[in-house]
Design a protein around this ligand. Structure first.
Ligand code: ADP
Ligand code: MG
Length: 687
């Protein structure tokens, strides 16, 4: 098909331009068609000089009434242009002799450019222009001029030339892949019509904001979301070809464990535990995401799954994104499992070599049944005897490749089951679009007796008052966090800020035992600090955002977050989740510096209004976009070209249904469809 031809087959596209186009992901004629304009400009209407506004891109027609060559800071050619309403200037810094000669007073001139208010009134710098002896003909075309996203070396003029060529043979260059019956049912235009209209819209068809005609955009949005969804469904089909060890369905271990807990599971924990259990008893690899707000008790559910692997004479790995959290899981799981006779091991990057060697031996021999650790778990050289299950906490902190690496450590021909957990809930719409490959369970209930956290937003000039509150809380036997979330890549500044704060606070609260934890401390040191805080030996813990995930100290009931205005919603919610874990009323004080911008004010207000992690996640998504949330930072953006999951969420249910229909009756279109939309970046899915 013509659409597969390289862009270099177009007139005017030599190797240099072709290379630049490739950089934009445009290598074939079909790609040219899917490279959509950012916006349009109207070159069909002439604007009178008097009604020009600064910043408008407009066409002006007038007569040249003066030409002047100036040698100010830069040599420039200034041309005066008048029409019946006024005068403006046309300025050029680069020009040839021939250009200069053609621009003569008395000539007519047609200009298109951005009007700016200069020191001598309205002007255009380097506009597009045409000079003529007679009044220029008014343009006959009724279509608007597209402006394409581009890169150095590919001008808008080039884009016009190449899109015009590809559009001329559009029916050869792009194939309608969606069955006509489906298009009719959804009242969507045909692809060729949509693309034509998008590249060369009629003036009348733009919406109020000058954007692509909605119906035409919808056609492409739908196709893109469909392709995305289909690729995930395919991944799922592939996974269903693989096999895993089916785990035993009953075990005394689980009973022993449950009866040792000082509480009953919540209804939600029970339900999710059953969902996980059923997955594990199948000989297909499990791929399940457990989402539950901070404090909903995900670890207990994970523990039940771990026990199932152990009961089937296998091994399980539990991976967490930070040393601190991994250590805490080690402490919790050891407390629970060691009395049941289970051997729990520990693997981290900061471990002594001799210790690590022993752990690696015991993993290979199968002696260690449950191993807890950080990124160290998926590295080369870590080998298991019989790895049946992997659990990944706070999965959005890991990249896809890292999760895959761990999954490849299973037994020959058998994939380990995989459970990932997150406290950053994925809104339903997103889950449908991007987690088609994964089952989702929600622990949508907190353990009983939790008292909602009060959140207060305060300016940092009320710091003395806050210090008073910390003192009061500690006097009552409670504990507090003081978070200094300075953002910097290396963590050096963060650590410094926290260190400075500790010194200040120690002076201001001489009777309170203050400790410090930050990311640049040695892990053993961190462990000691956390343990002492957990044991109540220290009352106030000054920390960087290292405590963001998972840290669990129920007696801590007060949290101060400095510079809260700099943090994202989900991060604030995570941090706040460190308090409100016990049986007393907790308070979170969000301190901000200076004057709040509108966005920051909105974010902090939302934190004050709600403790609902789902609501916060949805809002966060709207304000920041989905990349962060899905953990795709490492693998590039979601890669949607046209669709926007928030704006276009109304399509997602339809997409799911139509995808099913295509998989049933039109399998032939699936491959070209996914290739068209995802071919250039490969499909990762959320494995
Ligand atoms: P998260 O979902 O944030 O990982 P955790 O698993 O750390 O939550 O649990 C938070 C706290 O709640 C822990 O102290 C845990 O022991 C406790 N917990 C978990 N489940 C229950 C329950 N059903 N009833 C009471 N407390 C519970
Ligand atoms: Mg947790």
């Amino acid at each position: 098909m013509g659409g597969d031809q390289a862009v270099s087959s177009l007139k005017g596209v030599g190797p240099a331009i072709a290379a630049n186009l490739n950089k934009l992901g445009v290598s074939t004629l079909q790609d040219v068609l899917f490279h959509l304009p950012l916006r349009y400009v109207d070159k069909t209407t002439v604007t009178s000089i008097r009604s020009l506004r600064h910043g408008d891109s407009r066409v002006v027609v007038g007569k040249i009434d003066g030409v002047q060559l100036t040698y100010g800071r830069r040599r420039s050619l200034i041309i005066g242009v008048t029409d019946e309403t006024g005068q403006m200037l046309f300025r050029m810094f680069f020009f040839s002799r021939a250009q200069q000669r053609a621009l003569q007073p008395g000539q007519w001139i047609w200009l298109f450019g951005e009007a700016r208010l200069g020191s001598k009134g309205m002007e255009m710098i380097h506009p597009e222009y045409r000079v003529s002896a007679d009044i220029p003909e008014s343009p006959t075309s009724n279509s608007l001029t597209p402006v394409y996203p581009t890169t150095d070396g590919v001008s808008q003029v080039i884009w016009m030339k190449i899109t015009t060529q590809v559009l001329a043979n559009i029916t050869e260059n792009v194939e309608e892949l969606l069955p006509l019956g489906i298009l009719d049912k959804l009242a969507l235009p045909h692809l060729v019509d949509a693309l034509r209209e998008i590249h060369r819209p009629a003036k009348s068809s733009l919406d109020d904001e000058g954007a692509i005609p909605v119906a035409m955009r919808e056609r492409l949005v739908f196709e893109e979301l469909l392709a995305q969804h289909l690729s995930l469904r395919q991944l799922r089909e592939q996974r269903e070809q693989k096999s895993a060890v089916a785990l035993n369905n009953t075990s005394d271990l689980q009973h022993g464990y449950l009866s040792s807990l000082p509480f009953d599971l919540t209804k939600a924990q029970e339900r999710v535990a059953v969902e996980v259990s059923l997955d594990l008893e199948r000989s297909l690899p499990m791929n399940r995401l457990v989402q539950g707000d901070v404090g909903s008790g995900k670890t207990v559910v994970a523990a039940l799954a771990l026990l199932k692997a152990v009961a089937s004479s296998g091994q399980a790995a539990f991976m967490a994104p930070t040393e601190l959290l991994a250590e805490q899981h080690l402490a919790t799981l050891s407390k629970w499992f060691v009395p049941l006779g289970i051997r729990v091991g520990w693997l981290s990057g900061k471990q002594k070599k001799s210790e690590r060697t022993t752990v690696l031996e015991f993993l290979l021999s199968g002696e260690i049944q449950v191993v807890v650790g950080t990124h160290a778990l998926f590295q080369d050289g870590v080998e298991f005897n019989r790895l049946l299950l992997i659990i990944i906490d706070e999965q959005h902190r890991f990249g896809v490749e890292q999760r895959l690496a761990l999954r490849n450590k299973g037994m020959k021909g058998k994939e380990p089951h995989q459970l990932v957990m997150t406290a950053t809930p994925i809104p339903r719409t997103l889950a449908m679009a991007f987690y088609a490959d994964i089952e989702v369970s929600s622990i949508d209930e907190l353990p009983p007796g939790r008292i909602p956290i009060d959140t207060v937003v305060v300016s940092d000039n009320r710091r003395p008052e806050l210090i008073g509150r910390v003192k009061d809380a500690c006097a009552k036997g409670q504990q507090a966090y003081w978070v200094c979330p300075l953002i910097d890549e290396s963590g050096v500044l963060q650590a410094q800020a926290a260190t400075d704060t500790v010194e200040l606070l120690m002076v201001e609260m001489p009777n309170i035992k203050v400790a410090l934890v930050h990311g640049r401390m040695k892990s053993a040191e961190k462990g000691v600090v956390m343990q002492r805080f957990r044991d109540g030996e220290t009352q106030l813990l000054v920390a960087t955002t290292v405590i963001e995930v998972g840290v669990d100290v129920p007696n801590a009931s007060l949290m101060v977050i400095e510079n809260a205005e700099r943090l994202g919603l989900s991060q604030l919610h995570q941090l706040r989740g460190r308090v409100g874990r016990g049986n007393q009323k907790s308070v979170c004080l969000l301190m901000y510096q200076g004057k709040l911008g509108q966005n920051a004010r909105q974010r902090l207000a939302l934190m004050r209004e709600t403790n609902d992690g789902f609501k916060i996640a949805r809002k966060d998504l709207e304000m920041r976009g989905p990349g962060e949330m899905l953990g795709t930072r490492q693998t590039g953006e979601l890669g949607l070209r046209i669709a926007n999951v928030i704006r276009d969420q109304h399509w997602l249910v339809v997409v799911e249904k139509i995808a099913g229909e295509l998989l049933q009756n039109h399998r032939g279109v699936i491959e070209p469809l996914t290739k068209r939309w995802l071919g250039h970046r490969g499909v990762y899915g959320n494995v």
